[in-house]
Ligand binder design. Structure first.
Ligand SMILES: Nc1ncnc2c1ncn2[C@@H]1O[C@H](COP(=O)(O)OP(=O)(O)OP(=O)(O)O)[C@@H](O)[C@H]1O
Ligand SMILES: [Mg+2]
Length: 206
């Protein structure tokens, strides 16, 4: 496959379950290296970059984003420790969490519980999303950001998210077809005929 991400462009990556979408994301953040072909950032093979160079440029948000047993605010600030309250609120609004946070007696000081148990699945997801937006990665890879959300919220969230992405390059991995009109390009992955990679090939992942 060939895929180019550019500042300000939103690309959707679609395809059936097992087609390799998350694997593409893993290549972009170098949890995996390709057996063939290459991934470049500004023309430089990512294998020639230092790990921290890549990690500050390409942000990945998957379905297992880690929440610490602390407050909403502390979890957000991991994305940007010196964020102002305004920036925190802006990120929460973009992730459609701000109205909910405002109803909480303790607001941003509300504890999320161990692994975020005090939040619903969708709230956890949106908190992780707000954190990723706050971190301001020039390249943002969102792997199914709307799982656990109802249809209406999911579609609205994706639209807000794409609008909030500004001049970032966004790769949106999604099963939702109702948002494809909001992206600049849709790339479809079809499952190949190659044999499945041995589990060992993923041993260094994560
Ligand atoms: N840890 C792993 N070890 C071995 N094979 C894996 C591993 N993770 C994924 N695969 C295989 O790689 C292929 C692509 O998986 P991938 O997770 O990229 O699919 P996907 O398109 O993201 O699917 P989904 O829409 O279900 O998330 C599948 O055949 C899958 O079984
Ligand atoms: Mg996947």
């Amino acid at each position: 496959m060939s895929l180019t991400l550019r500042p300000g462009r939103r690309v959707a990556l679609v395809g059936p379950s097992g087609a390799g979408k998350t694997t593409v994301a893993a290549l972009l953040v170098r949890w995996l290296d390709p057996a063939a072909g290459r991934v470049t950032l500004n023309g430089v093979d990512v294998r020639d970059l230092r790990g921290d160079e890549l990690r500050t440029v390409v942000g990945y948000l998957g379905d297992d984003a880690y929440l610490f047993d602390s407050t909403l605010e502390a979890n957000l600030r991991i994305g940007r420790p010196d964020a102002t309250t305004g920036q925190l609120e802006q990120a929460l609004a973009a992730a459609r969490l701000l109205d909910w946070v405002r109803t909480l007696p303790a607001g941003l000081a509300t504890p999320v519980g161990e692994h975020g148990v005090a939040l619903s699945g969708g709230q956890r997801r949106r908190l992780a999303l707000a954190r990723a937006l706050l971190a301001d990665f020039p390249v943002l890879v969102l792997d199914e950001p709307t799982e656990h959300l109802d249809d209406v919220t999911a579609a609205e969230l994706i639209r807000d998210l794409l609008a909030a992405a500004g001049d970032r390059a966004v790769l949106l991995i999604t099963h939702r077809t109702d948002v494809l009109g909001d992206v600049d390009e849709v790339v479809t992955l079809t499952p190949g005929s190659r044999e499945a990679a041995p589990i060992g090939a993923y041993a260094g992942a994560g």
